[in-house]
Design a protein around this ligand. Structure first.
Ligand SMILES: C[S@@+](CC[C@H](N)C(=O)[O-])C[C@H]1O[C@@H](n2cnc3c(N)ncnc32)[C@H](O)[C@@H]1O
Length: 270
């Protein structure tokens, strides 16, 4: 029987937003792909790396729009790989950090499809960093935890234990439940003065950040214009971000801080 050509699926992390924060390997996969299935959060500028004849399939989730469900996405990956295609599944951040990459890897291996994970820079680390907030710092934070803010009511996340166990909390997908999360933290003994930062569209030139505390951030967020994804950071390290931002603003006002390399290496703020 003639050997059947089997394709391969690459689960590629696109990084946090700035297209320059994809890995070299991720870029190489995009250049070589026959088919690319991409998410909403992966920066669509990255598709410029695709070959002219690559098939680009949007499988993201947009409010109010019909989107492919997880089983459909898995079926598409399997279908294209069985046709011998080089398939890239492009996901925001890292595919295995709240990205359902694990489910896709399982589906592929159950279908005996070869696959490889190409890690990406997760927003969990990159977004605080881009806002000048180190998730660990010698004097005040020797541990951090990354947690979903999506599941608050079902008891799956032990907020009290987390707040006691880790010095810094990095919360993804938490904005819809911000008030509830802050309430859970207070109920579990977290002092209301503990600093909190909300960083929106981290790593992009439209990045925006507000600061508060466990006791005040919900009110502050209510008056904040939101257009992009947000990472919530809770802990003493947030003060460093505030301090760095203050210094930067002072330098800019004094005309001393000339430029900053951001998204696509454009020089801004001359
Ligand atoms: C479904 S999770 C996917 C996380 C992704 N796999 C990662 O490793 O970054 C989506 C959440 O990531 C966070 N996020 C992703 N990109 C972000 C960005 N550029 N700025 C702020 N938050 C971001 C937000 O909390 C958003 O709700």
């Amino acid at each position: 029987m003639p050997a059947r050509l089997l394709g391969k699926v690459y689960l590629v992390g696109a990084g946090p937003g700035d297209p320059e924060l994809i890995t070299l390997k991720g870029k190489r996969c995009l250049e070589a792909a026959d088919v690319i299935l991409f998410d909403e959060l992966a920066n669509h500028q990255l598709l410029a790396f695709a070959a002219a004849d690559a098939q680009l399939i949007y499988v993201g989730k947009k409010p109010g729009k019909r989107c492919a469900d997880q089983r459909e996405i898995e079926a598409l990956l399997i279908q294209h790989a069985r046709r011998g295609k080089f398939v890239v599944r492009l996901k925001g951040g890292d595919p295995f950090v709240f990205g359902r990459g694990g489910e896709e890897a399982l589906a592929l291996s159950r279908a005996a499809i070869p696959f490889e994970v190409v890690p990406g820079i997760s927003s969990a680390l990159a977004v605080p960093a881009c806002a000048g907030i180190p998730v660990t710092h010698r004097s005040c934070a020797s541990s951090f935890a990354v947690v979903t803010g999506h599941k608050v009511g079902d008891g799956e996340v032990k907020w009290g234990e987390l707040a006691r166990a880790a010095d810094t909390l990095v919360i993804l997908m938490g904005m819809q439940n911000l008030a509830l999360i802050m309430g859970r933290l207070r109920d579990s003994g977290c002092e209301p003065e503990r600093p909190v930062a909300l960083v929106q569209s981290g790593s992009l030139s439209c990045q925006d950040c507000v600061f508060g505390t466990v006791g005040t951030i919900t009110k502050i967020a209510a008056g904040w214009k939101r257009t992009g994804p947000v990472v919530i950071i809770v802990g003493e390290v947030v003060k460093m971000g505030q301090e760095l931002q203050r210094i930067e603003e002072t330098l800019v006002e004094a005309g001393l801080f000339l430029s900053k390399v951001t998204e696509n290496s454009k020089e801004v703020r001359i």
